[in-house]
Design a protein around this ligand. Structure first.
Ligand SMILES: Cc1ncc(COP(=O)(O)O)c(C=O)c1O
Length: 323
């Protein structure tokens, strides 16, 4: 490294000590459209697996920027604005494998703060295009270092210029699991009318599984929480982490997760096609992996009601081709 710190293109002139930071208005209809997604049954996938159980899948791809990450990003931004660490003069900088970046970029454009996202160079071009469409700046890191490398670079930038940057660090920010504890968990509980026996969710930052899982366990002590991870460190399940070989996010609460099932990318790809053809749902590979594990869980526990999360719709073309 050793390169001079880069400067934000089009940065505003320095603001004097007497200038008042523009207020960020959190009371906005677009922000209120985050969450409240439907919980969808998957009758044909269940019937093909022999029936005798239910899967209820939370359609998070219906959030305004297209993924479950709208919830965490809004939780993080809301707390930062309320605490005074984010205003219209500061730039939010963070690392993301894609969806959080899009969510931050949307919030920045809507509320009026600058956003700089650090992501591995092999991030999906469609995602990068969406981030840039919202006017956010993209900084690429070495793809071989994955999201861990992006995390280190975001931290380096924020540490070098703390007055300019607000660095929420989604992998270690309590507002991330708290958002799922406050919204995703209660919604699933209400929508399933308290009939759940299992909760299955992919692990990226761990915010979804830790926050929603903790809430659901508090309602139903016998509920089993199952984490979904990729089968190895090199994988195509965008958004998920192979925890044994990754930097462990503090947003992941291992006490909530009863067991972990690891999924191969090819198996998730097959389920992805089936979800489109048999249930009318075009989802990402991490969503397909979560459904695959939900089927396995349901098969082994007749009468079970398994809730899971469909984090996003993936891409029109993914690394494995097709849907
Ligand atoms: C597509 C996708 N699936 C799953 C996840 C995992 O969610 P969490 O970070 O809450 O563990 C993410 C997070 O980035 C994601 O983008």
């Amino acid at each position: 490294m050793g390169a001079a710190p880069s400067r934000v293109a089009g940065a505003m002139a320095p603001v004097g000590p007497t200038a008042v930071a523009p207020a960020l208005r959190l009371d906005d209809p677009l922000l209120r459209a985050i969450g409240g997604t439907p919980l969808l049954p998957l009758p044909r996938i269940v019937a093909a697996a022999g029936g005798g159980f239910e899967i209820l899948a939370k359609a998070e791809f219906l959030n305004p920027s297209g993924s479950v990450k709208d919830r965490a990003a809004l939780g993080i931004v809301r707390r930062a604005v309320e605490e005074g660490s984010l205003d219209g003069r500061r730039t939010l900088v963070d690392a993301s494998s894609g969806n959080t970046a899009v969510a931050y970029a949307m919030l920045g454009a809507r509320l009026g703060f600058r956003v700089e996202l650090v992501l591995p160079r092999n991030a999906n071009p469609e995602r990068v295009g969406r981030i840039r469409a919202y006017g956010a700046r993209v900084v690429f890191t070495d793809p071989l270092e994955g999201t861990d490398g992006a995390q280190r670079e975001a931290l380096r930038r924020a540490t070098e210029d703390p007055a300019r940057y607000f660095h929420p660090d989604q992998y270690n920010n309590r507002s991330n699991p708290d958002a799922h504890y406050a919204t995703t968990g209660p919604e699933i509980w209400r929508q399933s009318r308290g009939r759940l026996t299992h909760f299955v969710a992919g692990v990226g930052t761990g915010g979804t599984i830790s926050g929603a899982g903790r809430f659901l366990k508090e309602q139903q002590r016998s509920l089993e929480v199952v984490g979904v991870e990729p089968s190895g460190p090199m994988h195509g399940l965008e958004g998920l982490k192979h925890l044994p070989t990754a930097l462990r996010p503090s947003t992941y609460d291992g006490r909530v997760v009863d067991r972990t099932v690891r999924v191969a990318t090819e198996d998730a790809a097959e389920m992805r096609s089936r979800l489109a053809e048999e249930e009318g749902l075009v989802v990402g590979l991490s969503a397909a992996a979560a459904v695959l594990v939900s089927v396995e869980v349901g098969r082994r526990a007749p009468g079970s009601v398994v809730a899971t999360v469909l984090p996003d719709a993936g891409h029109a073309v993914d690394p494995l081709g097709g849907v």
